[in-house]
Ligand binder design. Sequence first.
Ligand code: NAD
Length: 235
Amino acid sequence: MPADSMKRIAVLSGAGISAESSISTFRDHNGLWRTHRFEDLATPEAWQRNPLLVLEFYNVRRKQLFEVEPNAAHYALKRLEQHYHVDIITQNVDDLHERAGSTSVLHLHGELKKARSTGNPDLVVELTHWELKWGDKAPDGAQLRPHIVWFGEAVPNISPAIQIVKKADILLVIGTSLQVYPAAGLLGYASQHTPIYLIDPQATGHRDMDNIHLIRKKAGEGVPEIVEQLLTISI
Ligand code: NAD
């Protein structure tokens, strides 16, 4: 099928899609923010106060990321590209969508395997090793910091994400508690005729939106199921 005649699917993914790859979520019963205070780890003030603690927190996450693999949900989304134009907007900082083969992935909250200069936010480097240390410098000589959007920082990729959602014929929302803005507000940009599928064991309806379909399953089960249905109806 020519790419420009394909229907467009936008995907908004959150920590839940990576849970079955053994990456902890943030707000679940065993999520990271139950055992850590985000104010100490994921804010510009935390970085000013104690950069070593912040580096250590992300080093642990990055080390784990080098050891885990994409799961059935990530791979199913790649299969959708056979018959649809698929754009993934992810709140995740892992690279599991890319490693499953998805070709259009927009990271709203940064990427764990990248670092950037504290002197120039546009100077971003790839990390090939899990450990980022105090004293590791960007090409401009400034200290490197994790390439993560911390609480209180702007979300530069929200504008392209809004455009993706506005153009979508179908929206899949996977494994997100929809508590973090502006990401959670993206649902409001979908056309009122665009079917929205929420795939999350804790998914709940939205009073003012009757185009929402709830699939209360884990991503590893619910995503392959909806993907097979979408591939079947596209033929
Ligand atoms: P969240 O922790 O607030 O919510 C996780 C959601 O996933 C919950 O609604 C939960 O019911 C659901 N969930 C748990 N297991 C699931 C499974 N197997 N299948 C499907 N859904 C499942 O996460 P969020 O909404 O993404 O919060 C946003 C913030 O968390 C973002 O800033 C993101 O950067 C960050 N985060 C990212 C990662 C990662 O990169 N993998 C991990 C943890 C947190």
